[in-house]
Design a protein around this ligand. Sequence first.
Ligand code: UDP
Ligand code: MG
Length: 302
Amino acid sequence: MLSVIIPSYNEEEMIAKTAQTVFAVLEQEAVDCELIFVNDGSSDRTQEEIDKAAAEDPRVHYVMFSRNFGKEAAIFAGLAAAKGDCAAVMDCDLQHPPAVLTQMYRLWEQGYEVIEGVKRSRGEETGFHHLSTKIFDRIMTKAVGQDMAMASDFRLLDRRAVDAVLSLHEQHPFFRALSSWVGFKTAQVKFTVARRQSGSSKWSVKALIKYAISNIAGFSSLPLYIAGGAGAVCLIAFLAGLIRMIILAAIGSAPAASSGIILVMLLLAGILMLALAVIGFYLARIYDEVKGRPRYIISRMK
Ligand code: UDP
Ligand code: MG
C-alpha cells in the first residue's frame, strides 16, 4: 500500500479536489493507497473539508495539529502516521502532478527506495524571492553534498527509508535534505511544477528567510567559519598595523598615535561580537535539542 501524505495549511478549496484527483489517478493504475491530510493548524474550513472527505472514503485519514507548526512538522507527522509499505509526500495545491506519483510508485516496485521529484524549472519566481532562493540553494547544495536547486518535497520513500528518516530526532528537520541524506537506492523523476489551482502560496518573505536560516544552520557550519575567517582577517590587519607602527618608531618619525589603533580595535571588537552571536545561535539550537520538545502536538487523529 502507498500512503500519500498531504500537508495542508488553509487549503479549504483544495482538499476535496486533491483527494478526488489523487484517488482517480491511483485507481486507474490499480495502486492500493491511503491519503493522510496533515492539517497544519489551518484557520479556515480545511478541517471541515477533511472531515467530509474522511466520511466519504475510509481511505482518507488525517492528523490535525493544535496550531501551525510548519510544513516540515506536518510532513514528519504524516510519515509517523503512514501505514503503507511506501509513503509519498505531495503538496495540497496539485502543483505536484499526481500522474508523477504513479511513475514514482512503479520505480518503487522496481526496487528503488527513495524516489525524488526533481523540478524541471523553478516556475514563476521573480525578484527578491528568486535571488534569495538561488543563494539558499547554493549553500544547501554545498552543505548536503547533493544538488538541491531543483530538489522538492515531492518524494516517495520505501518503508525502510521512512523509518530511517523518522529515527532522526532533530528539532528543526529539513525533509528534502534528510530524505536524501539517509541514503538508500535512489532514483529521480523530473516533473514540471504546475500552477497552483486555487488559494495562494503560504510563504511570506519572513517565513522564507526563517526557513532558509534554520535549514542552513541545520546542515552547515559555514556561518561559523565565515565569522572565524573574518576574525583572522582582523588579526592580520591588526598585526600589519602594529608592524607599521614599529617601523615608523624605528625610523624616528612619530607614529600617528591612537586613532588608527582605536579603529582597528573597534573593528576587531565588532567582528568578535559577530562571531559570538553566531556561536550563540548554534548554542541556542543545541539548547533546543537538549530540551527534547516534541516537534508537534496533535489534538486528534484518525
Ligand atoms: N503548508 C503547510 N504548512 C505551512 C505552509 C504550507 O502545511 O505552514 C503546505 C501547504 O498547504 C501546501 C504545501 O505546504 O500543501 C506547499 O505550500 P505552498 O503551496 O504555499 O508553497 P509553494 O508551492 O508556494 O512553495
Ligand atoms: Mg504550492
